[in-house]
Ligand binder design. Structure first.
Ligand code: PEP
Ligand code: MN
Length: 329
């Protein structure tokens, strides 16, 4: 339930409503708005009786929220959430937030080369995995803490912000200490204890859609983070599994306008993991922008043929230039 306060409600009246919600054994969460404040009632197992709150001073109306996610729903927060990181804005409806970099940190030489080249091209958010969630235990698992230290050096050298994935509790703390955005990958979208940890983080979270997750499941995963206290969540459509095998995954373009209709959170697209092949990354990027994506996360490698992971889907620097040209045109 959402208790909407009157425009002229005082801070004391809001506090009294919150206290009353608590007295009934629920968890009140204030949702400040541009015009008026609302109080979201969480922790209820069934429907909440509106009459409990309707007559309290300063209350305008009580709205039943029947969806299984509340705080990330537009019902409770009609305006877009804008996540600002390192001078890049996601969700303001104007520019496109760009995140680019290689799949993984592989070596000092590789990460410095691509970090410098992307910074020169105006990229302000640099991605690269230090801890890699690989399908095969024999595949390159990332450089771990050494990779994080290299990323930190790249940040200091070229002034870029960092986006990297935390794959478990243990490395969440380490990743959080270094990066500007903590990524939770597709394989961990429903790792609920990791989502709760992300909810306690002071850093924005990039939450990728699981490869077989519905939009509702994605939004419930985001609800874990937001209800834990972290409202800085960027969603990411990275393709889902379908019968089609001409691409690695099927980029579900329709998820972008659907998410924007039902949620106020920004959503970006990852055309690289969707396509699996570099030559489709530019057309899928254009498609994602066309349907309203708030940004892109793109894999770029100085020598894709030598990449230790996801080389086939990585753009060369020349191809990344072409993407930037197309986006400007
Ligand atoms: C990645 O971004 O490197 C990654 C592993 O992506 P996903 O979780 O979408 O597969
Ligand atoms: Mn990758």
């Amino acid at each position: 339930m959402l208790i909407v306060m009157r425009q002229d409600a005082t801070a004391e009246q809001v506090a009294h409503v919150m206290e009353t919600v608590r007295e009934h054994g629920f968890d009140p969460k204030p949702v400040p708005g541009a015009e008026r404040t609302a109080v979201c009632v969480l922790g209820n197992r069934g429907p909440v009786e509106a009459a409990l709150f309707e007559s309290l001073a300063g209350v305008s109306e009580c709205i039943r929220v029947s969806k299984p996610y509340k705080l990330v729903s537009r019902d409770t927060h009609p305006k877009n959430t804008v996540v600002e990181v390192h001078g890049v804005s996601f969700g303001d409806g104007r520019g496109l937030g760009m995140i680019a970099g290689p799949c993984a940190v592989e070596s000092r030489d590789q990460i410095f080369r691509v970090g410098e080249a992307l910074a020169q091209r105006g990229v302000r958010l640099f991605r690269a995995g230090a801890f890699k969630p690989r399908t095969s235990p024999y595949a390159f698992q990332g450089l771990g803490e050494e990779g994080l230290a290299l990323l930190d050096e790249v940040r200091r050298q070229f002034g870029v912000g960092l986006v990297t994935e935390a794959i478990d509790h243990e490395n969440f703390d380490k990743v959080e200490a270094v990066v500007d955005i903590v990524q939770i990958g597709a394989r961990n979208m429903q790792n609920f204890s990791l989502l709760r940890r992300a909810g306690k983080s002071s850093k924005p979270i990039l939450l990728k859609r699981g490869m077989s997750a519905t939009i509702e499941e994605l939004l419930m995963a985001a609800e874990y983070i937001v209800s834990g206290g972290n409202s800085q969540v960027i969603l990411c459509e990275r393709g889902v599994r379908t019968f089609a095998d001409h691409t690695r995954n099927t980029l579900d373009l329709s998820s972008i306008p659907v998410v924007k209709q039902v949620s106020h959170l920004p959503i970006i697209a990852d055309p690289s993991h969707a396509a699996g092949k570099w030559d489709f990354v530019i057309p899928l990027s254009m498609g994602a922008v066309g349907v309203g994506a708030d940004g892109l996360i793109v894999e770029v490698h100085p020598e894709p043929e030598k990449a230790l992971s996801d080389g086939a889907q990585s753009l060369t620097l020349k191809n990344f230039d072409e993407l930037l040209r197309r986006l400007q045109g």
